[in-house]
Design a protein around this ligand. Sequence first.
Ligand SMILES: C=C1C[C@]23C[C@@]1(O)CC[C@H]2[C@@]12CCC[C@@](C)(C(=O)O1)[C@H]2[C@@H]3C(=O)O
Ligand SMILES: O=C(O)CCC(=O)C(=O)O
Ligand SMILES: [Fe+2]
Length: 353
Amino acid sequence: MVTLSEAYRDHPLHLHHIIPLDFSSAGTLPETHAWPELDDFATNGCSNGQKSIPVIDLKDPNAMEVIGIACEKWGVFELRNHEIPLNLIEEVDFQAKRFFALPSQNKLKALRSPGGATGYGVARISPFFSKYMWHEGFTIMGSPVDLAKRIWPNDYAPFCDPMENYQKQMKHLSEQLKHLIFNFLDISNEAKNWVGSTNSSGSGCACTAIQLNSYPSCPDPNRAMGLAPHTDTSLFTILHQSNTNGLQIFKDEVGWVPVNPDPTALVVNTGDILHIMSNGRFRSVLHRVMVNGTRPRYSVAYFYSPPLNYVVSASSNGVLKSGELARFHSVTVKEYIGLKAKNLEKALCLITI
Ligand SMILES: C=C1C[C@]23C[C@@]1(O)CC[C@H]2[C@@]12CCC[C@@](C)(C(=O)O1)[C@H]2[C@@H]3C(=O)O
Ligand SMILES: O=C(O)CCC(=O)C(=O)O
Ligand SMILES: [Fe+2]
C-alpha cells in the first residue's frame, strides 16, 4: 500500500513535539499553549463578512473553468455535489470523535514514533513555533489496521472499515479533481499521468494521507491557537469540517477569511506541490484554525500528492507559456517533503530561481 512515511524517516522529532497535552484535565490554558501575538490575530480582518470562498458544484458543466479560476484567485473552494456518501462522511467523523474521546493513556498507545509519520500526535509543524497548539491529530497512511489494533485489539474493524472506504472514495474524487485542474493548466499527458514515477511500493500511484484533527473546547480561546498558519505540502487537500467553525484562509488585501462549515460539502485547497507545478499561478493557500470556548471542533483532511519520486517541475510539464521562465528548481516530491520538514514555509523560497 502507498505510504508517505518513507519521506519523513530522515526527519525525526523529539517526543515533546509529538505528545499532545491531556486536554481533558486542562482546566486553564497552560503558559506553554498561550500565544502572545493573538491580539493581532483576532483583529486581522477575520470578521470581514462580505468575503467568502467560491462554492463550486462538481456537476457544473463549466467545473474545469470555475475550479481553475477559484484556485488562481483563492487557492480554496467549497465543493458541492462531490458524490462522497454522506453516511460515510458521518461514520468517519463519528469514529474520529470516538478515538479522540478516549482517555489520554489509550490514545498514547497509537503515538507516532519519533521517525514515523503515522499515528497519534501534535501537528508536524509544531517544532517551528515557540508555543504549542490546542490540537491533537491522528495520521493514517495506507492501512490503519496496525494502529487501530493497538487501541482496539479485537474490535478494530468499526474504525478501520470506514477509514479504508473513505480513502478509496477520496482517491477517486482526487483523480477527478486532478484531471480538471491539470487540463485547466494544460499540463502534458506525461506529467498528468505521472509517467515513469513510482512510490515506495513500486507503483505509480499517488501518495495520500488522512489526518483526523481535533481541537477541544478551550478555557481561554482568545489566547490559544488551533493550528498555526501554514500551507499544505500536497498537490491539494480535501477537507471535511464538522459543524464548529474555526478554519480561516489568508487572502491578500483582505486578511483572514473564515471558511464556514457545511457538513454536506468539502473544502478543497491548493498545496505547495501544485504551486510549483503551476509555476506560482495557483498559490498554495495560507490557512489556520482558531479554537472555540464551548464547542470542540473536528476535521478530516485528505492530502493528495504525486508519487515520491515524481519530478515536480514547471519547466517540463507544459504549463509555461511561450517565453515564460520556470520560477522554481525541479525537485522530487520526496526532496520537497524533506525541505518542508526542515524549513517549513521557507521551503518554497529555497527552490525559487
Ligand atoms: C501528509 C502529511 C501532510 C502533513 C504532514 C503529513 O505527513 C501528515 C500530517 C499533515 C499535516 C496536518 C496538519 C498541518 C500540517 C502542515 C502538519 O503539520 O501535519 C500537515 C502536513 C503538511 O501538509 O505538510
Ligand atoms: O481543521 C481544519 O480545518 C484544518 C486542518 C488543516 O489545515 C490540515 O490538516 O492541514
Ligand atoms: Fe492544512
